[in-house]
Design a protein around this ligand. Structure first.
Ligand SMILES: [Zn+2]
Length: 217
């Protein structure tokens, strides 16, 4: 069955939300090899991160997954686009098994309607799923699903491995290409007052974000 995306975009104004890129409030988490920012930097609230980890740890034998929701933004000063993941929504209507996961068009449409009701700014920014005991990579099936259900340049995929407590984002290049073996880290949006990190993935290292003042962390 070919998933229909027509209704998902109908009536939406395809414009990013104007907002300053929040580097100053963020702590960057990167894999050892990552030097440059991805074309679409990913910011994750601590609340969303905790929900993602809880969902990933809810089944250590089978793949679990769901959606990433939040804001697609553009910095008016620099034109830089970025996304802010504010919510993780575990998928209810998935066919999951030990090595595959899928979404149904019905579940996508139901979620889209719900988000529109909650907050018109909130969008489906992509999806997440786990690879228990398999590591962080993008399979051919993952790539197929991503391109068919999440085709926008600002939509990303998060893969988590709950046993080693690791995770990484798959993000398209400016030309639309996606490297299936190379994942990116993300920016943790710190609490305004506490400023304490909650990230504990073993495969990512904390890096001072560009533009963040010394001692401000
Ligand atoms: Zn996968």
């Amino acid at each position: 069955m070919q998933p229909s995306l027509v209704r998902l975009t109908a009536g939406e104004t395809p414009a990013p939300h104007p907002a300053r890129i929040p580097y100053r409030r963020a702590l960057a988490w990167k894999p050892a090899w990552e030097e440059e920012d991805p074309p679409m930097p990913v910011f994750v609230t601590q609340r969303a991160y905790i929900r993602l980890c809880a969902s990933a740890g809810s089944d250590l034998e089978n793949e679990v997954g769901g959606w990433l929701a939040g804001k697609w933004c553009r910095d008016p000063q620099t034109d830089q686009q970025f996304i802010v993941i504010e919510t993780a929504i575990p998928a209810q209507h998935v066919n999951n098994g030990a090595a595959y996961i899928t979404f149904t068009p019905e579940s996508m449409l139901a979620l889209h309607d719900r988000l529109q009701e909650e907050d018109a700014q909130k969008r489906i920014l992509g999806w997440y799923h786990t690879h228990p005991r398999m590591g962080i990579f993008f399979s051919m099936w993952d790539a197929w699903l991503h391109n068919n259900f999440f085709p926008e340049p600002w939509q990303v995929a998060l893969v988590m491995e709950p046993h080693s407590k690791s995770g990484g984002f798959f993000i398209r290049q400016a030309n639309g290409a996606l490297d299936q073996r190379r994942y990116y880290g993300f920016y943790e949006l710190l609490h305004r007052v506490k400023k304490r990190s909650v990230v504990h993935w073993s495969n990512l290292l904390p890096v001072q974000a560009p533009g963040s003042a010394e001692g401000e962390m």
